[in-house]
Design a protein around this ligand. Structure first.
Ligand code: TXA
Ligand code: MG
Length: 323
């Protein structure tokens, strides 16, 4: 495994060629770092599942460089989904659509739908464009962490998560800290109206404003779930430390809250974001810091609001300690 810290055109060409020959390449996106593999290469995808330690029926998101390639992977795309793609791609949004024959069972977890995303991070776009120039069709990229763990938002975190599992030919590209900090909004587009399966930076309000629907019509749970929903496992996105969503803390506990909330006496401040956007950006790094400091407990005061706070609260509920 090699870490490339200053990516040039020639290292990106090399990384794309490496993906084409079946190796794994971890790369930054605007949400979190992804662990990429050629989406049409069964062996590469099998290696990816092994490195992540992820059950093979858990589907992967195909990353493409632009909407122009959408038809290769998805069919019967509803008008509202095209509208979403035009408005929010490149960006932190994944659309679940009916699949074409190109999207094999080994990436969809045997489902008839496929997740597609056009990321906006310049390094991700450059890598995908180069990959496609070399004849590739799409790159599957789950978050570059071990299954059930906290998604990495820096290349250092990817190294920490995966260096013990990657092969010598696999690569990690460094692109600095991720801007959004939580995973993309996943929208089920296989029904009459869109349905949010995983909240993210593209919010229900943004979607409903665009499509002309009521916000609660598209919120998760308003429709019957017909497909395997992401991160619906009880414990996900979790650090080793026990996470408590409460206001009481004991001395020596980690503490994460907006900067306006003072640190309780004896608690160890892990992040002081000034607003909800920065909260999302810093959350996963702060949870990792708790483990680096070997803190047994972290007290988190969740943010409020109907913006990215919804995504933050979703992840916090999943990683919160369940006795
Ligand atoms: O922001 C993101 O989406 C990041 C970056 C790297 O792009 N990727 C990411 O991938 O979060 P992953 O694999 O860690 O989470 C993707 C989720 C999974 O929980 C999976 O269940 C869901 O997307 N998913 C993928 N394809 C699906 C499908 N066909 N049907 C339902 N859910 C799907
Ligand atoms: Mg993940």
């Amino acid at each position: 495994m090699a870490l490339i810290s200053s990516c040039t055109v020639s290292t990106l060409k090399g990384a794309a060629a490496s993906l084409r020959s079946g190796n794994l390449v971890a790369f930054p996106t605007e949400t979190v770092y992804g662990l990429g593999a050629d989406a049409t290469n069964k062996d590469a995808v099998a290696h990816l599942y092994q490195v992540k330690g992820r059950p093979s029926d858990h589907p992967l998101i195909v990353h493409i460089s632009s909407m122009a390639n959408l038809d290769k992977w998805a069919r019967e795309i509803p008008e509202y989904a095209k509208k979403l793609a035009r408005a929010f791609w490149p960006g932190p949004m994944t659309l679940i659509l009916s699949r074409t024959n190109l999207a094999k069972d080994f990436i969809t977890g045997n489902q008839d739908c496929v997740g597609i995303r056009v990321p906006s991070h310049p390094l991700a776009i450059a890598l995908l464009t180069e990959f496609e120039d070399q004849g590739g069709l799409g790159v599957v990229a789950p978050s570059a962490n071990r299954f059930g763990k906290v998604s990495p938002t820096t290349s250092e975190a990817v190294v920490e998560e995966l260096s013990g599992y990657l092969s010598p030919n696999d690569l990690i590209l460094d692109g600095g800290p991720c801007e959004v900090g939580v995973e993309s909004t996943i929208i089920n587009c296989t029904q009459d109206i869109p349905e949010i399966l995983r909240p993210g930076a593209i919010t229900a309000t943004m979607i409903s404003d665009l499509i002309g629907l009521q916000k609660d019509q598209i919120a998760r749970g308003s429709n019957k779930l017909i497909i395997k929903a992401p991160g619906l496992l009880q414990s996900h996105y979790a650090p080793k430390a026990k996470v408590f969503l409460s206001t009481t803390s004991n001395p020596g506990d980690g503490f994460i809250a907006l900067s306006e909330i003072p640190t309780p006496s004896g608690a160890i401040r892990l992040a002081s974001p000034k607003d909800n956007e920065e909260y999302a950006q810093l959350l996963y790094q702060a949870l990792r810091l708790a483990d680096t400091k070997q803190l047994p407990n972290v007290i988190v005061i969740p943010p409020t609001g109907d913006d990215i706070a919804i995504a933050i609260c979703d992840r916090l509920e999943k990683c919160a300690y369940k006795s």
